[in-house]
Every structure is written in structure tokens, then in C-alpha cells.
Design a protein around this ligand. Sequence first.
Ligand code: HEC
Length: 217
Amino acid sequence: MKQLVSFLIPALLLMACGSRERISKDVFDQVNKSMEAKKLSDAQIIQEAMIWGDSISTEAQQLLMQNLHTKVNENGYAEALEFCNINAVPIIEELANTYGISIRRTSTRARNQANLPTADEVPLLEAYQYNVENNIKNESNIQAIAEGDVLLYTKAIVISSEFCLACHGVPTKDLEVDVLSKIDSLYPEDSARDFGLGDLRGIWSLEIPKKAVVNRL
Ligand code: HEC
């Protein structure tokens, strides 16, 4: 298994450094011009996308958690579930619009089936999962997608506390009966349960146009 890790990490790094990029002509010319004017290298752009991605995903996480904690304190977990059902995606989308990028949370074991991973996200989720299972620290990652026009920033989301288990833990042990029946009625295809502390719950996935990063530098 050791070989797999040493293969996976360089493979991710290589992709992150743009070896897979096949940039479409127009955008290539456009981005290249601004890069040249500003004397920017690919490495600087990836570094800036990483800083920006870290900051936005942290802000998004805090925003969701603030709202969720308030709702749980006001009306308990079952009511807070309804709040998440209606508001989680719009809260994230509003933030995405503010920054002009796309933001989502994705998981192979999703509650909301709209959060299932895309083909670009599946191998990343597998790599993050592998690291969690083998006690390797998960770092955020950047990949070039859409022929190099877009940088895909991802970051692990881990079950960090008992708070998460109240809605994502083991039925009847962690999940109260009223919470479980609310989940079953709102999400008949739910597979975001049976998690334990420290498990990978999913990832933040941000599509950041390369142009937007160049504009920030
Ligand atoms: C009050 C119940 C509740 C609590 C507490 C809660 N979640 Fe969730 N979680 C939900 C619901 C409901 C959804 C589906 C939201 C939607 O419809 O988009 C969800 C979705 C998610 C998703 C998106 C992927 C998916 O399964 O659709 C992630 C990631 C996630 N939760 C992580 C966490 C983490 C980490 C914690 C603890 C810090 C946590 N949640 C605490 C109810 C909860």
C-alpha cells in the first residue's frame, strides 16, 4: 500500500503543477497576456488560488456552522434539519456569487443527492479518504480542469465533533428517533449516516476561474 501513497501524492502534485493542462486557444491567449503583463508564473497563480480557496472555504464553513448552531440552540436538531434542507445550498451559492466562483460540498455518501461527486471530484475524494484511513495529513489541493481554464480547489471536511454525529452518526445511538424520522422523510435516499469521529464526511470543492486569480495578482 505504501507504493500507492507515493504514487498518489506525486500524481496529485504533477496535476496541480499543470502537466495535464490543455488550454483552449482564446482563454489561453487572454490569460497569457495578463500573466505576461504582470510577469506571473503558473506557480504564483496556483499559490494564490490556494490562499483564496482556503479563505473562502473557511468562510463558507463558518457561515454554515453559525447558522446551524443558532438553529439547533433555538429549536433542536430535528428542526435544524429542515433549515439545512432549505438553506444549506442557497447560503453557499450566495457566497459563491459574491466571489464569482462556484462552491459546493460533495461526498460519495451524500444526504442531498445533488451533492454527489462529479467525475473530476471522485478521484480526489478517494485520495482524501485513503489519507484519512492511513493517518496521512490531508492538505488542500489544486487541480487544473476545463482544459486549464479553471482551477479546482478542494479541502477535506471531517466529522470533527459530537455535534456532527447528532445528524450524521449511527441511528438510535447518536441519531435521536425524531431526527432519524425527519431525515428519512426529507432525504429518502440518505447515505450520510453511520459516520464516526474523525471520518471524512466529504470535501469543499471550489471551481475558481484562472482569470479571476490572475486579476487578483
Ligand atoms: C441539524 C443536523 C445537522 C448537523 C448537526 C450537521 N449536519 Fe451536515 N447535513 C445536514 C443536512 C440536512 C444536510 C443536507 C443539506 C442539503 O440538503 O444540501 C447535510 C449535508 C452535509 C454535507 C454535504 C454533503 C451531503 O451529505 O449532502 C456535509 C459535507 C456535511 N453535512 C458535513 C457536516 C459536518 C462536518 C457537521 C459537523 C460540523 C455537520 N454536517 C453537522 C444536517 C446536519
